[in-house]
Design a protein around this ligand. Structure first.
Ligand code: SDX
Length: 431
């Protein structure tokens, strides 16, 4: 019979077994390999894929990335069009609901999120327990988990209206927790949300309002921050989203799962990279030191932070958009002196064989830190800003996982490389 195009045939030479595997959307079902048994042990064949480099852990309709082409789409809409024509609250609705909202739906959605920006007064006492110089990401991770104790109904994850309420609460309260964590680190009193402001404007209000009766955000900075939330909203199965799905698969509430995702984002290889980019640019100091720095990277003495990506083997489309916005922001804030070093570093790296051969291009973090710093955000707040945007993606992916009939509690297999069976040796008899 002619072999079907969408099929592979695997011959297991240990047993002579032959297994036909269907190819569905470019993938085979790993569990089917289990039918190929080791004639000695009877164990089914496993796939070994450390860090899941070539494993689809789920099916998702939320975000699409083509790493070779540098394409990013949210629910089919190119990120460039959303960046140009949409805004974060609308993009949040799109990612969570799957369609762009009507005017009425958008208005209702924005009102709901705005209505849920307040947090319980006890959270302030909780936050006050942190040292003055506690990293705001550490505060955000723990406070998000703590919020699960305030909203006991969040455990009703099979109830759609409850899920919706928790999503609205988390999105609304992220900016307030971020604002409070910043004020705590500055030794300043907490500022309540001003629900007449936009989502991004309200964060700026809760961070920067001082004695004035009403805070008025700079419209250019407010728009730039909103756009940065859009660009960070979702990104397929990145490390923190993978954790959101994995932790969520144990059917815990979304506050606790979001806290785990935020903890993952905190890492310097993920959401902590834009903070690391600024540290790197400061260490380089001047343009004439760039060749020596790149030489040390090529020698394996460190990484060019903000470069490289697991999926993008082309320019991260978000980095292109951020680079453009940077110029608009710098017209208001004054140019970040580190920009010239970043631009020269990018220029030289993109001509360097080491980076070209490995298809290492600037990613979303290479320029975002420069904007955040120019806008007056302390470096420690950068991953917090990333988490605010990505909370929408984490929640969309969490709900998609919960509603996927093929998903169950995540529990990967392993290849055991430890000691064989041996008997216990009493302490007296040990060497
Ligand atoms: C984000 O997954 C996502 O989608 C993440 C994200 C999102 O929106 O959620 O896009 C956000 O996390 C962006 C990435 C931010 N991190 C950084 O900028 C840190 C610097 N980048 C690298 O650490 C690295 O590029 C990663 C972690 C981003 C990706 O690493 P991979 O896919 O595991 O690639 P790798 O480490 O296997 O690298 C392949 C080769 C290696 O060299 P060789 O062993 O082949 O000689 O490229 C080298 C690496 O050493 N390499 C780098 C490098 N990145 C990869 N060398 C120098 N500088 C770098 N930045």
């Amino acid at each position: 019979m002619a072999e079907s195009r969408n099929e592979v045939t695997i011959v297991d030479h240990r047993s002579g077994q032959e297994q036909k595997l269907a190819i569905d959307k470019g993938a085979i079902r790993a569990v089917e390999l289990g039918k190929l048994k080791d004639p000695q042990t009877g164990q089914g064949l496993l796939t070994y894929d450390p860090a899941l480099l070539n494993t689809a852990a789920c099916k998702s309709a939320i975000t699409y990335i083509d790493g070779d082409q540098g394409i990013l789409m949210y629910r089919g809409y190119p990120i460039e069009q959303l960046a140009e024509q949409s805004h974060f609250m609308e993009v949040a609705y799109l990612l969570l609901e799957g369609e762009l909202p009507s005017q009425t739906q958008l208005q209702a959605w924005e009102n709901e999120v705005t209505y849920h920006t307040m947090i319980h007064e006890n959270v302030k006492k909780f936050m006050d327990g942190f040292l003055y110089d506690a990293h705001p990401m550490g505060i955000l991770v723990s406070t998000t988990a703590a919020l699960s104790t305030f909203y006991k109904d969040a455990k009703k994850i099979d109830d759609a209206p409850s899920r919706h309420l928790q999503k609205v609460r988390l999105i609304g309260k992220m900016i307030t927790m971020a604002g409070y964590s910043y004020r705590h680190s500055m030794g300043l009193h907490y500022i309540l949300p001003d629900n007449e402001l936009s989502y991004a404007g309200n964060l700026l209000n809760m961070m920067y309002r001082m004695a004035e009766p009403k805070y008025t955000p700079n419209p250019v900075l407010e728009k730039a921050l909103d756009l940065l939330f859009v660009l960070h909203a979702d990104h397929e199965q990145n490390a923190s989203t993978n954790v959101m799905r994995c932790v969520g698969s144990s059917r815990i509430d979304p506050f606790t799962a979001t806290s785990a995702a935020a903890a993952t984002l905190y890492g310097p290889l993920h959401g902590g990279a834009n903070e690391a980019v600024l540290v790197m640019l400061k260490e380089i100091g001047t343009k004439d030191k760039i060749p020596a720095f790149l030489k040390s990277v090529v020698a394996g003495e460190g990484k060019l932070m903000g470069f490289g990506h697991r999926v993008y083997k082309n320019y991260d489309p978000r980095a292109k958009i951020i680079k453009k916005v940077a110029h608009e922001v710098f017209q208001v804030t004054g140019k970040n002196p580190l920009l010239d070093i970043a631009l020269e570093l990018e220029r030289i790296a993109l001509e360097d064989e080491y980076f070209v051969k490995r298809k290492l291009y600037p990613n979303v973090d290479f320029y975002s830190g420069l904007i955040y710093q120019a806008m007056g955000f302390p470096v420690e707040m950068f991953p917090v800003l990333f988490a605010i945007g990505r909370t929408v993606g984490w929640l969309a992916q969490w709900e998609e996982m919960l509603l996927d009939p093929e998903q169950k509690i995540a529990r990967p297999r392993q290849i055991y490389t430890g000691a064989g069976k041996r008997d216990y040796v009493p302490l007296k008899k040990r060497g």
